[in-house]
Design a protein around this ligand. Structure first.
Ligand code: HEC
Ligand code: HEC
Ligand code: HEC
Length: 370
């Protein structure tokens, strides 16, 4: 301390000493306060104003700061994103936040912080802020993070839906979120009604390209995909939580149901003769040797197919949007794959060597190749 005497007069030194004593007493006082249990953490009593202020400022500034690093929005199809966001919102977020068609339950009245009705608050946030909140969640509030943080594309789908929630009429929401699914047909396996909210009973998917067509796949691929979602080898914040609630037997029965549905009246997606489709056909059949991309059909044999003892997903007749979204998710290494798929050259390497335009082309080709 002797060096302090050389730079400060004695009077100032007294003030520094007093400051140190106060600071130490303050820290001990704070520890004693926390330790004693005097502060009331009961959710039914509001925070005192100073604590409320502290939490709010910390939260607002933290979201503001962290959302600066959110990468730009990817080029995804908007109607499909809104569709995807809507059903998931209804299944997982509505219980806390309420929905355009259903109010919040009375149980939430004494939750602190109370989950806000999102139609009243979304316009306070930029898209990047909404993305950050939905992806990361908020500590000590009950607001959960996205179940598959690898899948930024899924988080963007939810954000795109949230950005429309303010003006959404209850009837439009009910239809989009498919809140009242039809009754299951005779012989339907247990749990199919939940799947049908997105995939339909025929496995053709609700809404153009929001969900993959399941009826074009073999049972083996469908059940191993469900297993991979449950084990998080294949990452999806939509399918992961759903699949992890299924038993092996249920997965088997649901996969059998969808694999047995007819695929002769699949919805039309793109026009078969366009230049884009012709370009895609060449990539699918010949690959791009200069870019180290093999022909897709060297593995994805025509229609439902098996090669090298493993079943490959069929791409013919699949929605172009879905094919493109999967390839784009692999480009950022976020999609993952089934255990059996891990025996093959990774699709992430193949996707990496394709430009976004080439991805659109090959996706458009397979959508028309029924
Ligand atoms: C268990 C209840 C719960 C669930 C489920 C939940 N949230 Fe939240 N959410 C909250 C709470 C509580 C807050 C308020 C946090 C605060 O005020 O600090 C919140 C805040 C938010 C906010 C910021 C709102 C604001 O105050 O500006 C958004 C956006 C949001 N949630 C979206 C979602 C989405 C999308 C889902 C579904 C994927 C979801 N939440 C699921 C409880 C929940
Ligand atoms: C909330 C909507 C939703 C519900 C409900 C839902 N799915 Fe899905 N499903 C999706 C989405 C979105 C994908 C694509 C996910 C991805 O990107 O990996 C998907 C993918 C799949 C796949 C992989 C298809 C492929 O080509 O690789 C299977 C299999 C599947 N779902 C089966 C089911 C079954 C069985 C149920 C019911 C237990 C179900 N899903 C319920 C939305 C849903
Ligand atoms: C070396 C073999 C191989 C080649 C070549 C190949 N794929 Fe794949 N692909 C696979 C395997 C294996 C899977 C299944 C991954 C898993 O297990 O989840 C797959 C899955 C896919 C899927 C996901 C399907 C679904 O229903 O989710 C798409 C889309 C896809 N491939 C597109 C392509 C395209 C486009 C090409 C050509 C540019 C291509 N693949 C070339 C092996 C290959």
């Amino acid at each position: 301390m002797s060096w302090l005497k050389t730079v400060l007069p004695t009077r100032a030194l007294h003030w520094v000493g007093a400051g140190v004593v106060f600071a130490v007493a303050g820290i001990f006082g704070a520890i004693l306060f926390v330790w004693s249990g005097v502060y009331n953490i009961a959710a039914i009593d509001p925070h005192v104003p100073a604590v409320n202020w502290l939490i709010t400022v910390a939260k607002v500034n933290s979201i503001d700061r962290h959302s600066n690093d959110v990468p730009a929005r990817p080029p995804l199809d908007q109607p499909a994103q809104v569709q995807r966001g809507a059903v998931q919102f209804d299944m997982e977020c509505g219980a806390c936040h309420g929905t355009p068609a259903a109010p919040q339950t009375g149980l939430l009245r004494n939750m602190r912080p109370r989950p806000p009705k999102l139609s009243e608050v979304v316009d306070r946030h930029t898209s990047k802020e909404l993305f950050w909140i939905v992806k990361h969640g908020i500590k000590y509030t009950g607001m959960p993070g996205w179940p598959a943080p690898e899948r930024d594309d899924e988080v963007w789908s939810m954000v795109t839906f949230l950005e429309q929630i303010q003006d959404m009429k209850p009837d439009a929401y009910r239809q989009l979120a498919n809140t009242d699914p039809e009754r299951p047909p005779a012989g339907a396996p247990d749990g199919l009604q939940t799947c049908a909210r997105c995939h339909g009973y025929d496995g053709h998917g609700k809404g153009k390209g929001a969900y993959p067509i399941l009826s074009i796949q073999e049972k083996e691929y469908l059940s191993r995909s469900l297993q991979a979602y449950a084990d998080d080898h294949r990452h999806s914040g939509t399918m992961g939580p759903i699949a992890s609630g299924l038993s092996d037997k249920q997965m088997d029965r649901l996969a059998t149901w969808y694999a047995n549905q007819p695929s002769d009246d699949l919805p039309d997606d793109t026009s078969p003769a366009s230049e884009l489709v012709m370009r895609g056909k060449k990539i699918a059949e010949k690959g791009l040797p200069d870019q180290d991309v093999e022909a897709c059909i060297s593995c994805h044999v025509r229609a439902k197919g098996r090669r090298f003892d493993i079943v490959f997903p069929n791409l013919e007749g699949q929605y172009a949007n879905y094919i493109a979204d999967q390839l784009l998710a692999w480009k950022t290494r976020g999609r993952g794959r089934t255990r059996e798929g891990q025996l093959m050259k990774p699709m992430s390497d193949i996707s990496h060597n394709l430009s976004n335009q080439e991805i659109r082309a090959v996706a458009a080709y397979f959508a028309t190749a029924k």
